[in-house]
Ligand binder design. Structure first.
Ligand code: UDP
Ligand code: MG
Length: 313
């Protein structure tokens, strides 16, 4: 009996990439000779992405699509894909061919041979990103690595082949602030990684700007570690200790040399410094508070406008 593999593809303004992606996928599907489901998630694209998906889904019954009412972000697209997929095995791929479809053959073989639950891809390189982005990414993963108990690595792609059991486990995590990299690692299961050289984007441009990446980075830290909150207490204790030392020094100085008047500039600096530290930690607490606020509102993570079976004429 053939097994069914669901491929989830988040798409945001990918009109140029989708036809090329589909061509590659046709080759892979033919080689693998299994049942397939290509589930495209149109994340509020402003170009012809939706039109292309509608046309393809009429011609090829293996193609399904979910179209959001606006751009909800890649995380929301991944969630919608996982929730609506029907295959025995599920994988995520970018539309820009940076996650090469032909790798799926190798991943599937390894998963079957070693009876694994997840086979993921790790990129050897990130040549296609600029120096600053690479440097910031490296620093970020160092920080999150030391803060979080869940291992997270810079080179892990979202491209991973998973069993239905793994996907069900990921879906049982119902949080609003979703950080998939962390969620996939949180559920555990037997995992193996294949390394490869990530190619450049086939067409179009990256959909991530600095602001989006920064928000994503904060989501990762706040979502998977509470250590920054502990840090504020530790810094508080350290400052109390320093203050105590200063008091001792001042008392001793007064007893030995008499009343010391003056030193207000240093006092002003200390006040500004300490207020800065306090505001910084207030900000950290605010980050956690805002996440709790968003969680309690229980807003939907995405809103569907159309699917292949419910299209607007
Ligand atoms: N994407 C999305 N919604 C967004 C941003 C990106 O669905 O708000 C999709 C995009 O269409 C692509 C994948 O996520 O298929 C990865 O995006 P991109 O290639 O721009 O990211 P990069 O490879 O530069 O990290
Ligand atoms: Mg890309």
């Amino acid at each position: 009996m053939k097994i069914k593999i669901s491929i989830i593809i988040p798409c945001f303004n990918e009109e140029e990439s989708i036809p090329l992606f589909y061509q590659e996928m046709l080759n892979v599907m033919q080689k693998m000779n299994q049942d397939f489901e290509l589930l495209f998630i149109n994340d509020g694209s402003k170009d012809k992405t939706l039109e292309i998906l509608k046309k393809y889904s009429k011609e090829d019954k293996r193609i399904r699509f979910i179209s959001f009412s606006r751009n909800f972000g890649k995380e929301a697209a991944i969630l919608a894909g996982l929730q609506h997929s029907t295959g025995d095995y599920i994988t995520l791929m970018d539309a820009d061919l940076q996650d090469p479809p032909e790798k799926l053959i190798e991943m599937y073989e390894l998963l079957q041979k070693e009876n694994l639950d997840i086979v993921g891809l790790k990129a050897n390189n990130h040549k296609n990103y600029g120096f600053i982005r690479r440097l910031l990414t490296k620093c970020y993963y160092k920080i999150i690595g030391s803060l979080s108990i869940i291992p997270m690595e810079p080179n892990e792609r979202d491209y991973r082949l998973m069993t239905r059991q793994v996907v069900d486990a990921v879906l049982s995590l119902t949080e609003y602030n979703r950080y998939s990299k962390g969620l996939f690692n949180f559920v555990g299961f037997d995992t193996k990684w294949i390394t490869y050289d990530a190619p450049n984007r086939i067409a179009g441009t990256t959909k991530w700007n600095f602001k989006k990446l920064f928000t994503y980075a904060i989501d990762g830290i706040v979502g998977f570690s509470t250590k920054p909150l502990v840090l504020s207490s530790l810094v508080g204790i350290l400052f109390c200790f320093i203050a105590f030392l200063f008091i001792l020094i001042i008392i001793l100085k007064t007893l030995i040399w008499g009343d010391p008047v003056g030193g207000w500039p240093s006092l002003a600096c200390i006040i500004i410094f300490v207020s800065g530290v306090q505001l910084f930690f207030l900000g950290i607490i605010g980050e956690y508070l805002s996440k709790i606020y968003l969680e309690t509102k229980q807003r939907p993570i995405y809103i569907i406008k159309e699917t292949e079976s419910h299209t607007k004429q």
